[in-house]
Design a protein around this ligand. Structure first.
Ligand code: SAH
Ligand code: SF4
Length: 371
């Protein structure tokens, strides 16, 4: 149980066993726990008064003992393309963000797993923030409950991408518990095939995930083709280099028709050369995969920019020439800072990054031979 909001223990984030024990202590039968569980996760009830199948007396006693609280919504920002960014305050002064992305045939919800991120990637605004704390399972699944209740059209398919603020494999237990709650057919009932976890390359976490009974789709933020460049872009590469990361990917169990997504943020003059594209194809040879090319979302706080359109297309062409499925991911919600790498818990659509550490020293020299 999560005591994160208010003084009462919060049942959002608890699994069925935990709810059973909690209400057994009140002398209630286990089937009541199922009703509570379904009310929280299937019907997205927001207050005890909504649990009309429980009887007034029990509702009253429950409300004295437990809360069913979602992360506190601070405000939302609506993009011209239909994307909506949600700013939550999970504890005083600690903000996280989630993004709702409507598409024609499906809705996608992008959720955060930490307040800040310890990895500190050079191209990511979240990585410029200090790491404050892990989110609880209730705070992670609570984002889905809040956004689904607010936006999603029930008839549409719902995809969950764990690609918001934070490195999910640095908060392994809470993220896995949240995934189990999302996937449970008695609860939110989102197929694990529709849940994607993205990691910067925490190899022991990938190995642990491979041994789970319930495995979401795996996305790897590769973003470079040499350790020299990746060491600079994604510091975690100094611990687990490209070879170690791809070795873990090769061992990762994939069901039929499933593949690993490799994300590759294209950064001008850093990782976008034709040689990089050929090297990328060679590195991933033999893996069941698709590649998402993400032109860098620029931000005043990052000293990097996206390549020209012709360079982006040329990169994709080379991959396609190697018979690799490679998509170019166009930003959604960029006008409200909701695009990949932009999530920073800032109060306004632009600016207000006063809590950021000073800018890093110039990360790359113009001399590309050094890369
Ligand atoms: N920490 C996890 C998940 C969150 S980041 C990870 O790194 O995978 C989600 C995705 O956004 C990653 O693929 C990351 O490479 C990408 N990203 C980060 N900053 C970006 C930026 N400025 N422009 C485009 N994509 C970015
Ligand atoms: Fe953290 Fe992912 Fe951003 Fe890197 S890209 S700083 S791992 S959130």
């Amino acid at each position: 149980m999560q005591p994160e909001t208010g003084s009462l223990p919060n049942l959002v984030g608890s699994d069925l066993n935990e709810i059973e024990s909690a209400i057994a202590a009140m002398g209630e039968a286990p089937y009541r726990a199922r009703q509570i569980y379904a009310g929280i996760y299937r019907r997205c009830n927001r207050s005890w008064a909504d649990f009309t199948d429980l009887g007034k007396d029990l509702r009253g006693r429950l409300s004295e003992r437990f809360s069913i609280s979602l992360p506190r919504l601070d405000c939302t920002f609506a993009s011209g393309d239909g994307t909506r960014r949600y700013l939550f305050e999970v504890s005083p002064g600690m903000k996280i963000e989630s993004v709702f992305i409507p598409e024609e045939k499906r809705d996608t919800i992008c959720i955060s797993t930490q307040v800040g991120c310890a990895v500190g990637c050079l191209f990511c605004v979240t990585g410029r923030l200090p790491m404050r704390r892990d989110l609880s399972a209730g705070e992670i699944v609570g984002q889905v409950l809040a956004l689904r209740a607010d936006r999603s059209v029930p008839s549409k398919r719902l995809n969950i991408v764990i690609m918001g603020m934070g490195e999910p494999l640095h908060n392994y237990d809470n993220v896995m518990k949240a995934i189990r709650l999302m996937a449970d057919p008695e609860g939110l009932s989102i197929s694990p095939r529709r849940i994607t976890l993205s990691t910067s390359g925490v190899v022991p976490g990938i190995e642990a995930l491979a041994a789970e009974p319930l495995i979401p789709n795996l996305a790897i933020s590769l973003n470079a083709t040499t350790d020299e460049v990746r060491d600079q872009l994604i510091p975690v590469n100094r611990k687990w280099n490209i070879a170690a990361l791809l070795e873990a990917c090769r061992r990762f169990p994939l069901e039929k028709r499933r593949r690993i997504t490799f994300e590759y943020v294209l950064i001008d003059d850093v990782n976008d050369s034709p040689e990089d594209a050929h090297r990328l194809a060679a590195l991933l040879k033999g893996l069941k995969k698709k590649i998402n090319l993400i032109p860098l979302n620029a931000d005043p706080w990052l000293r990097l920019k996206a390549p020209s359109e012709s360079r982006i297309l040329a990169f994709q062409e080379i991959l396609i020439g190697h018979s690799i499925t490679a998509y170019i991911r166009r930003p959604r919600g960029a006008d409200v800072s909701a695009a990949c790498g932009m999530l920073a818990g800032r109060e306004h659509a632009r600016g207000d990054l006063v809590h950021l550490p000073p800018r890093p020293a110039k990360p790359f020299t113009a001399d590309r031979s050094r890369l």
